[in-house]
Design a binder for this molecule. Structure first.
Ligand code: MLC
Ligand code: AMP
Length: 497
């Protein structure tokens, strides 16, 4: 049998051969493969009736749930690409993403509608708890499955300029990544995944949802991460897989330390990614739960790139080796020539999982997507003689807090809009819960009357996702700069750590 060329084709195949097979459990309700396909078809018909055409974009500003799945898969079935929008995004992010992607419409819930109101895009607002629009319209024409080269998702990921770029994920690259993940992790139709991560980022969507649909497996989907609920479910024997960012694992460890004793969890596999997993977390989790977490490495532009082995040594502090069918190498930062094992350089990856470039941004695409197929990740690391990759840092400035990426420049640009801020530098410092936290050093316009911290906090919160606001603010008389005038963030980090 030939492999499906899209996640939709995989869904269609499972829904046709075994329509009653359970696919999704949400708040006590189970949706079968057949029911999920019917939901996607109803959404696709509605989009068609609203004028969504092949090649259009549809924005999704929705929390997890069946409505997300229907709206997402339905848009693709109608021939449109979906623009993923984190529900925490506010003015600054929303304005940019909507102006850049020009969606035909944005699907949201009522909370989301409030934030979208002043923005130009037409919205389709769902009633609370609804999985479909109230005024559902029937389809006008039959649907065709998308082709591999067509755009499935625009996933916005920030850059050094502070302006997020839309990674163009095609149906083919998403399918190739799911196939590789399922092979590497032995994901089969008998698996059941507990998923508490949001669906608007590649971890929850591209790994969790797509892997499930690819394998014909099932998903226990939750609206959010509640440590005690997760532990109860993991201990119940009803799921076989769990995926998390490192913060989830350290919070689970903290949770049981209050409620001993603990028994080994009856799971097949726990996976961590999106941020570095501290070896101490890996060890503590294994001691408490009898599960050695498998750490993997991914990126919005590529999906999953490197993984510790399912069988074989899961080496602490490393992110393993390329997934099947993919390549990786370490290159010199300046010359981009490949480096021998053991030397630190920039990680590049290549394979059918790499996205098609950045939406309407040829310059940024040319900088990172090379003609010979290699993609420069911006992550630094080295390869051991036996093939394991270790990440050591990043070539570009980036703070990862609880698995969310924060580009300092975006926060700096916003702070500088505040009249009381003359200069500022934003950087990351270690945080016991989130791995890293956002810290701002600010030179006030009037040194005798520095701005009130809570006011700055509110200023950020209204304009950017709440997780991006500085947790700690220091007021300084000047920022340390080098001879070229460039702010020395490492000095600030040492000074303020
Ligand atoms: C929430 N808050 C955060 C935060 N998450 N602050 C900093 N960093 C974070 N990650 C803040 C909120 O703004 C709020 O502040 C307060 O914490 C409580 O909010 P909450 O919603 O109740 O938080 P919680 O449920 O505890 O969320 C923590 C979390 C969540 C770890 C579960 O952040 C999360 O789901 N992270 C995963 C993100 C993810 O999926 N990343 C993958 C990207 S893809 P206040 O003050 O407003 O109350 C990728 C590629 C790859 O990276 O390889 O996977
Ligand atoms: P995003 O742009 O949100 O997709 O985040 C991708 C970035 O997350 C990568 O470039 C890495 O810096 C980081 N990342 C993902 N997985 C890991 C991991 N296992 N260890 C360290 N960093 C990771």
């Amino acid at each position: 049998m030939t492999e499906p060329t899209s996640i939709l084709a995989a869904l269609l195949s499972h829904a046709t051969t075994d329509p009653k097979r359970p696919c999704l459990t949400w708040e006590g309700q189970t949706l079968s493969y057949g029911a999920l396909l019917a939901l996607a078809q109803a959404w696709a018909g509605h989009y068609q009736a609203l004028g969504v055409q092949h090649g259009d974009r549809v924005g999704l500003f929705l929390p997890s749930g069946p409505a997300f799945l229907g709206a997402y898969l339905g848009a693709q079935l109608a021939g449109a690409a979906t623009v993923l929008i984190n529900t925490q995004y506010r003015q600054v992010e929303l304005q940019h993403i909507l102006a850049d992607s020009e969606p035909r419409l944005v699907v949201c819930d009522q909370a989301g509608a409030e934030h979208l109101q002043q923005l130009a895009s037409p919205i389709l607002s769902l009633k609370p708890g609804a999985t479909l629009p109230a005024d559902l319209q029937p389809a006008l024409a039959p649907f065709e499955l998308p082709q591999a080269h067509e755009l499935a998702i625009l996933a916005y990921t920030s850059g050094t300029t502070g302006r997020a770029k839309g990674a163009m994920l095609t149906h083919g690259c998403l399918a190739a990544n799911s196939a590789a993940i399922c092979t590497a992790w032995h994901w089969s139709s008998s698996d059941r995944l507990l998923l508490v991560l949001p669906l608007f980022h590649i971890h929850g969507l591209g790994v969790g949802l797509h892997g499930t649909l690819w394998a014909g497996a099932s998903l226990d989907l939750r609206p959010r991460f509640e440590p005690s609920d997760v532990l109860t479910t993991l201990a119940s024997g009803t799921v076989t897989l769990f995926f998390g960012v490192p913060t989830l694992y350290s919070r689970l460890i903290a949770e049981v330390r209050h409620h001993a004793p603990v028994h080994p969890l009856p799971l097949r596999l726990c996976v961590s990614g999106s941020a570095p997993l501290a070896p101490q977390t890996l060890t503590a989790f294994e001691q408490l739960f009898g599960q050695r977490i498998l750490e993997r490495y991914g990126m919005t532009e590529t999906g999953m790139n490197l993984t510790n082995p399912y069988l074989g040594e899961r080496r602490a502090g490393t992110v393993g080796m390329p997934f099947p069918g993919q390549e990786a190498r370490i290159v010199d930062l300046q010359t981009r020539a490949p480096l021998p094992d053991g030397l630190i350089g920039e990680l590049q990856v290549r394979g059918p999982h790499i996205c098609a470039g950045y939406w309407r941004n040829l310059a940024a695409t040319a900088e990172l997507f090379h003609a010979d197929g290699w993609f420069s990740t911006g992550d630094l690391g080295w390869r051991s003689a036996d093939g394991y990759y270790t990440l050591t840092g990043r070539a570009r400035e980036l703070i990862i807090s609880g698995g969310y990426n924060i580009y300092p420049r975006e926060v700096e640009e916003l702070l500088l809009e505040h009249p009381a801020v003359a200069e500022c530098a934003v950087f990351g410092l270690p945080d016991p819960d989130f791995g890293e936290q956002v810290v701002a050093a600010i030179v006030p316009t009037d040194p005798l009357h520095p701005p009130v911290r809570t006011e700055l906090e509110q200023f950020c919160r209204e304009r950017l996702a709440a997780y991006k606001r500085p947790r700690t603010i220091h007021f300084l008389t000047a920022l340390p700069r080098n001879a070229m005038g460039k702010v020395q963030k490492h000095q600030l980090r040492d000074l303020l750590a």
